[in-house]
Design a protein around this ligand. Structure first.
Ligand SMILES: [Zn+2]
Length: 402
């Protein structure tokens, strides 16, 4: 296979937009969207949805759902739950494609890492959210603008949520609802460092373990005391013994807090952690083991809560077909696109869990994610937008074999 005349035109249209893409990314990165920073989220959502509306899309804003209050030890996201925007542009009877991604970053809106700077002779650009995933959102929108300019008839939708980095609790129900309207899902999270396309992911969830005891003065009443921290130590040992990464079962306690003073037997201790599971069977195994943990305990009271918010994302036939179509498009553009696997999770887990075949790392090549080194390979902005546009054109032609 090689590129058709239409696909060559798409490639050239996007190549000519390199400088404008870099300018747009500079502007987007300058607007802080971490920590549920509402003014920045609203401004960015406004800029991106205006471009989608200019292509003829109708817009909806879906209010966010509340998040369970026990999930975060230090909930930094304050204010009301952020909304999810969805743009829809139906056209004809062909396959319907849902694109999208998240507006939020992990970066502090008051931090010093606050703008895009070029390095390595302009080949690299560093900035908060440049890779994860403002660069990706830009790629998707430029690809849609190019297929529109070239007259490709495609039914598409576009979602923009604002809470992916904190688990998508506010947007999960909206994403699952929207997913049911479409035939293929494309999410623009950053590629793996070598450019790989992730085709399967584990699921993930959060848990909280709280132990309670009886407080007592260490000197006067030691025997009357029941230590919540000793009880927690037993629980942490059980959770740590549960982990079996070779079987696709990870359980890790990340934060522990308990006790008030060195001379008081502590009556309260709380731990928070994260689990990863390869498939639903392992997820229910973890749930059973957490339930066992909460059974009457020799030392202290044990209370467990868990929420497995991201179902596992195995390589289903529809996703394999979509990934294969993307790989062929990449080959015709002279871009290698190997398949990869990661331990990370994203909104692709949620979309695919309701049956939408989804590939989710069509964004930029870059690295330093979630650090103040976050960077993108500038050339990948154009390359990945070209790949997306050719993929969309082939989807419009009905070339997805499922
Ligand atoms: Zn991301």
């Amino acid at each position: 296979m090689s590129l058709s005349a239409l696909e060559t035109r798409l490639r050239d249209l996007i190549a000519a937009r390199r400088d404008s893409m870099l300018a747009d990314l500079t502007a987007l990165v300058r607007i802080p969207t971490g920590y549920n920073h509402a003014p920045g989220l609203d401004e960015t959502r406004g800029i991106l949805t205006a471009r989608l509306a200019a292509l003829g899309a109708s817009l909806d804003l879906i209010p966010g759902d509340p998040k369970p209050d026990w999930i975060d030890p230090d909930a930094f996201a304050t204010g009301s739950p952020p909304s999810t925007a969805v743009a829809r542009r139906p056209r004809g009877e062909g396959p319907r494609v849902l694109l999208g991604g998240h507006l939020d970053t992990v970066h502090d809106p008051r931090g010093a890492f606050d703008r895009l700077t070029l390095g390595d002779n302009g080949e690299i650009a560093r900035g908060p959210g440049a890779a994860d995933m403002k660069g990706g959102l830009l790629i998707a929108i430029v690809a849609l603008e190019a297929i529109d300019e070239a007259g490709v008839p495609l039914s598409w939708g576009f979602f923009l949520n604002s809470d992916e980095e904190t688990g998508s609790y506010h947007s999960d129900a909206a994403l699952r609802r929207i997913a049911k309207e479409y035939d293929a899902g494309l999410i623009f999270e950053p590629a793996l460092p070598d450019g790989s396309l992730v085709v399967e992911r584990p699921g993930s969830g959060q848990f909280q373990v709280r132990t309670t005891g009886v407080p007592a003065h260490v000197g006067r009443d030691f025997r009357k005391g029941v230590s919540a921290i000793v009880g927690m130590a037993d629980c942490i040992k059980s959770i740590s013994d549960m982990a079996d990464p070779d079987r696709g079962l990870i359980a890790s306690v990340g934060v522990v807090r308990g006790g008030k003073a060195t001379n008081i037997v502590p009556d309260e201790c709380t731990a928070w952690g994260n689990v990863r599971f390869r498939d639903p069977a392992i997820a229910s195994e973890i749930a059973t083991r957490f339930d066992d943990l909460a059974r009457p305990h020799a030392v202290a009271g044990v209370h467990v809560r868990y929420s497995f918010n991201r179902p596992a994302k195995p390589l289903i036939p529809g996703t394999r077909a979509l990934a294969t179509l993307a790989q062929a498009a990449a080959a015709d553009l002279g871009q290698p696109l190997p398949f990869g696997v990661t331990g990370g999770v994203c909104d692709g887990n949620n979309l695919q869990s309701v049956g939408l075949p989804t590939i989710d790392t069509l964004g930029v090549r870059g690295g330093g994610l979630h650090t103040i080194e976050e960077w993108v390979e500038v050339a990948s902005l154009v390359e990945r937008a070209q790949l997306t546009a050719v993929l969309l054109a082939r989807l419009a032609e009905g070339r997805l074999q499922t």
